[in-house]
Every structure is written in structure tokens, then in C-alpha cells.
Write a protein that binds this ligand. Sequence first.
Ligand code: FAD
Length: 414
Amino acid sequence: MEKKRICIVGGGASGLMAAIMAAREGACVTLLEHNERAGKKLLATGNGRCNLTNLDQDPACYHTRTPEAVRSVLDSFSMQQTIAFFSGIGIYTRNKNNCLYPASMQASSVLELLEAEARYQKVKFKYQEHVTAILPGEKETNRFLVKTQTWQYPADAVILACGSFASQIQGADGSGYKIAENLGHRVIKPLPALVPLKGKGTYFSQWAGVRVEGRVSLLADGTVFQQEEGEIQLTEYGVSGIPVFQVSGYAVRLLDEGVPVTLLLDFFPDFDRKGMERLLQMRKEQCPYKTLKELLIGLFPKKLIPVLVQGCTEIEEAAAKIKEFPVQITGAKSLEQAQVCSGGVDLAQINPLTMESRLVPGLYFAGELADADGLCGGYNLQWAWSSGAVAGKHAASDLNCMHSQNASCNDTAG
Ligand SMILES: Cc1cc2nc3c(=O)[nH]c(=O)nc-3n(C[C@H](O)[C@H](O)[C@H](O)COP(=O)(O)OP(=O)(O)OC[C@H]3O[C@@H](n4cnc5c(N)ncnc54)[C@H](O)[C@@H]3O)c2cc1C
């Protein structure tokens, strides 16, 4: 039986998953990675603990221009199948508020076991191979030639799993977008997501370093777009923390489209505005000697209080600021500080049942390179696992694809 030769470009989460799935289907798999090792970003996930998926798989947790395509991919290789897959290679998961981590709480164990399984499946790893282009094969038997700076690899199918620009982790250079564009694909402008946001104001140095539980509402064109709760981090440039990350993708894209964006920070979500006023009035009645500033001691971190009462003389004014503190957003911190990119290769040009390009038969996509990004909480890795599994499985088993005449896996002729 002839073996199909598959080249995978990128040894991150999606590339490793694709490699294992393709090899399990019997393909001869070569994985090309320009770093000196695979999975560098994976090692940094979840603060080194790897939040590998989330038990709550609501479609609203993923952002894309093509939600039906993302849903189809996540249905084809679901969160449950992901957990079963990891259990099969040796990962026992721990649940923290629906976020699943390896029981070891070490991302390195996830990477180690993925690599071990890939090696067991005879995947060939080629490191320090920077792929520059994918060319149509010169010989009839080679559908593609995958060009690196020093070599070219013939392949029957190619899976592009290069990831995005996001983070300062070595290897995240966004080169996959150019490769995809050169093959005729539309790339929706990659922008930082899951990223701290910068604001306009003179008070940031006063609150810098404060962490406070609250609610963040994204206001654009007078409409509340998205609301998130959690620990808000107040910084010298603006705001950060998980709830800010969750709304940042939308905020950055709206700003890029020229729509002004404001975040309304609610520093006391337990009460509505009237309730907040009543609480402050009650505190004033209990301790009539207190100034407005002193009324807030015990409710808020000390550094936040002067910012909240600035320009206020009445309890009502202070309550309004506590409940709806406006921060005009001017932009995001850089791509290096983002965890993911929104945008990417347009999924309308990819068949979601297989992750094969609709423009270039035999070319597949996986991971963050495609136009799908998730909320914080394991969703981005879930997308990487699902899209990688679908691409790997179909790249190897697609019957319409021409089979190599060379059965050998010694396939790396230059
Ligand atoms: C600090 C941080 C923490 C995160 N934590 C979480 C988390 O806990 N849970 C979660 O779900 N998500 C998390 N994410 C997001 C998640 O890591 C990514 O969405 C996911 O790794 C994307 O997988 P990928 O395979 O698409 O890309 P990557 O993992 O980035 O892999 C792409 C690989 O391709 C290689 N490559 C790129 N171009 C080329 C080329 N031209 N030639 C050869 N090789 C190339 C790169 O070196 C890289 O190894 C985090 C991200 C960051 C930065």
C-alpha cells in the first residue's frame, strides 16, 4: 500500500495534533519547525500550566467571521474527544472552574507526551527549517514542494500550522500568513487579542498596581457590546486582567475600523447604582464625621479611592463613578504582549469538514493561522486541537488526493 507523504509546517499545538492524527491514519509525516524545538508557545500556556480546554463550550466563546465553520470543526473533534485523546496519551486532567489542566499542572508534560506519541507514530521532526514557500510540485508524483531556506520537501499534502504573530515567544513571526496569501488566500488583518488595553487619562499613575474584582463593559457607538467580570488590573497605561483580555479582541478591531471605544468599569458589581448610593448614604449615617474619600475606605483599595472621588462632592456622583467609570481606549499593547491574534486566513476559503483549502486541493490549515480566536480559558488550544485533528485526519485519508508513487518514507530529496 502506498503511503501518503504529508508535510506539516509548524510544530505548535495544532501542528503536533495534526501530525499525530495524520500518522495514525497511516501517512508518512514530516513536521518542519523553524525553532530548535517544537511547542515553545505551548510551554508558556496557562502560566506554564497549560489550560488545555474548557468544559463550557459555548459558540460565543469563539470569535470569527465564519461561526458556522468554527462550530463544524469543534463538532468534528469535540472537547470530549480532546479529553479522550489526551487521556489516551497519558494526560489526566484537573478541573479549575471548568478550565482543564494536566494533573501535573505543567505544560511541559503535555508537550512531552505529544512529542512521544508523534515519535511513536514515526513522525519525522525537522528543526531549524524555516518554510518560505509552498510550490506546486515539478514532478507529477509530488503534488507540492515545501521550500525552506536550505531544502525542499516533496509532499502529497501540506498542513499549514504556523500560528500567529502573537507573543514574543521565538518563532511567532506570522510567516504563515504570507505563505497562505502567496497561494491566493485572503487573510483577514491579524490584530492583537487577549491583550492589555491602553487608555486616555492622567490618573493612571495613581491607580497603577491595583487589582480589583469588577465588571468590564465594552461600549462602542453608545452600545454595550460585551460584558465580562473578574479581576481587573489597573496599570500605568490603562487596564489589564482577564475581563479586559476577554473584551480586547473586539475593542482592538473596532478601533481599527475607526469606531471609538470606551470601557465602563464597574468597581462594585454586587449593587446597582441606586444600591451603591444607599450603601454610601448608610455609611455616612453610621459615621457622619467621614469625608467622601473616607467613606470608601474598606470598600476599595487605597490607591483607587482618590481616582474614584476626583471631582466628586456628592455621594451620587461618587456612586456613578464607582458603577460606570469610563476609560476611553486608545489602543492595545503590542502584538508581543498579546496571547493570540484575531483574524487570519478566511475560513470561507477553507472546507470546515476537512480544513482543506477550497483554492488549493491538498493544502490544509490548522490552528490560530485561520480566522478563529477564543476567549481566555482553554478555547484557543481547543481550536488548535480540533482544527489540527480534522486537518491531520483528512489530509491523510482524503481519497480524492493523488497517492505518492514512492512508498518510501525517505522522502526528503532536495
Ligand atoms: C503566554 C501565552 C499563554 C497562553 N495560554 C493559553 C492557555 O492557557 N490556553 C489556551 O487555550 N490558549 C493559550 N494561549 C494561546 C495558545 O497558545 C495558541 O492559541 C496556540 O498555541 C496556537 O497554536 P498553533 O499551533 O496555531 O500555533 P503555535 O503554537 O504558535 O505554533 C506554530 C508553530 O509554527 C512555527 N512556525 C511558524 N512559522 C513557521 C515557518 N515559516 N516555518 C517553520 N515553522 C514555523 C512556530 O515556531 C511555532 O512553533 C496562550 C498564548 C500565549 C502567548
